[in-house]
Design a protein around this ligand. Structure first.
Ligand SMILES: [Zn+2]
Ligand SMILES: [Zn+2]
Length: 170
């Protein structure tokens, strides 16, 4: 769904779309879209910008940040963002005054694809350090075994992880 940023006619259009995983290739190796994404929301054309708000339901698979196991989970969130085209930017209007707390993004073209907006929002809403479970034991640093599933006899050097990080820098 393409959204014309230069309408500026005060109109409000609602949408209720389902986007296939192949249309939303996330620019990250840490998560994958497993099923159709639902996006329900509205596009409002204001004088100098366009507001897109939507409720997203995205079935994802995310890698555990400790053991790298895949965690299937449905991510639901809402977002509201404002967009302006280069043309609107050139009008040199004090857009920010009536934006209140909305963040304004500038688009290179006069239109944006709703799929691009959804993709970006999904990545923004990914957890920073996802865990398969609260007490995930992670991988053995020596043999690489998943310590949630196997117990190995490797000798773990008792090092402070912060020092280990410094060691890796060398
Ligand atoms: Zn884990
Ligand atoms: Zn081990």
């Amino acid at each position: 769904m393409k959204i014309d940023l230069n309408r500026s006619d005060g109109s409000r259009t609602t949408f209720d779309v389902s986007v296939e995983p192949s249309d939303i290739e996330l620019e990250t190796d840490l998560a994958r879209v497993k099923d159709d994404i639902s996006a329900k929301g509205a596009v409002s054309s204001e004088d100098h910008y366009t507001v897109i708000e939507a409720e997203i339901v995205a079935p994802l698979e995310i890698d555990c940040s400790r053991c790298l196991e895949r965690i299937p989970s449905v991510h639901e969130f809402v977002f509201k963002s404002a967009f302006a085209s280069a043309e609107q930017l050139n009008e040199e209007v004090e857009v920010e005054l009536d934006l209140q707390d909305l963040e304004l993004s500038f688009a290179e073209d006069d239109e944006i694809d709703l799929r691009d907006v959804i993709r970006e929002q999904i990545v923004l809403n990914l957890p920073a350090r996802p865990l398969c479970r609260e007490d995930c034991k992670g991988l053995c640093e020596v043999c690489g075994g998943n310590l949630n599933k196997v117990s190995c006899d490797c000798k773990q050097e008792e090092t402070d992880p912060r020092w280990a990080a410094l060691k890796n820098l060398k």
